[in-house]
Design a protein around this ligand. Sequence first.
Ligand code: PLP
Length: 360
Amino acid sequence: MNRVYNFSAGPSMLPEAVLRKAAAEIMDFNGSGMSVMEMSHRTKAFDAIINSTEEKLRKLMCIPDNYTVLFLQGGASSQFAMVPLNLMTKNGKADYIVTGQFSGKAFKEAKKYGAVRLAGSSEDKNFTYIPAQSELDLDPEADYVHICLNNTIYGSKWNYIPDTGNVPLVADLSSCILSEPFDVTKFGVIYAGAQKNMAPAGVTVVIIRNDLIGDPQACTPTMFNYGEMAKAASMYNTPPCWCIYMLGLVCEYLEEIGGVDAIAQINRRKAAMLYDFIDSSSLFSNPVRPDCRSIMNATFVTGNTELDDRFCKEAGAAGFVSIKGHRSVGGMRASIYNAMPVEGVEKLIEFMKEFEKNNK
Ligand SMILES: *Cc1c(COP(=O)(O)O)cnc(C)c1O
């Protein structure tokens, strides 16, 4: 068996210990004589799985009792519609801050459902920074403010949580959930697709403050109604059973290694090593303002697209796969999520040094 260092932005690496546990349980989960993939979601055995997954996630993220956790489908992209359908119902307007491609998509989608306003943007500098609090133009009458906390494609992140006063803050945490501690009480809604830091693609986690549930727009499809999903404990229809089980294993693994604080220290170390090297390199550079750099997705370029292509090709052949930047921005991107070991980043840096030497 030959495992590679997988720098994919998503679906991405899972911890090896989790894959081994899943493999060991694949023919016979806990004496049931079947895999979780084959199990009815209306069984005691699956109830125990979904309940313990939620319990572990609540503990890891310190989710207070006045928040509901939902396990949905449709990816983070479905939340781009589900959020306005359920929340843009009091004054019929919302503020969006666009700091990259996914927040831009969320902004565009929300326009279908109400009066959506751009309350801040970093497009003027090609999304290489996050606007400061003083640069935000927030409407106190908005039903919510939407942000994307970590910009997966541009490799930037919010280094502060904006103060939105009494207006609920809604945040897309797809590419940074569980990477470092976040104060859940600062948010009205947190959502995240699983395939970056949590589980295989297929489950979308929504963490929503209870007072924000239950007043959707009349046209809201049942499957997009937070209230219906909460009432049915995420089992209005068949939930993504296998992914929920895998998320439980990932949470268990994080708990074992010391929780979110412990993984955050490792993540910051990995990111610092990589950015330190890039900043000292005469070949590679990173365009993001240093105080806004993502610790999950590090982008870099050589400044020469042919050389970028050669780098990606040679890196792939050497076992550093999926390091090509997003098709919309080019260059390179190393996604170094929770499951990427420190060693993977060290080896990548060695490879980059060697490449630099050979391409002077
Ligand atoms: C990957 C990603 C998405 C899209 O997620 P899907 O599950 O594919 O819909 C949205 N937002 C962010 C920040 C992402 O990283």
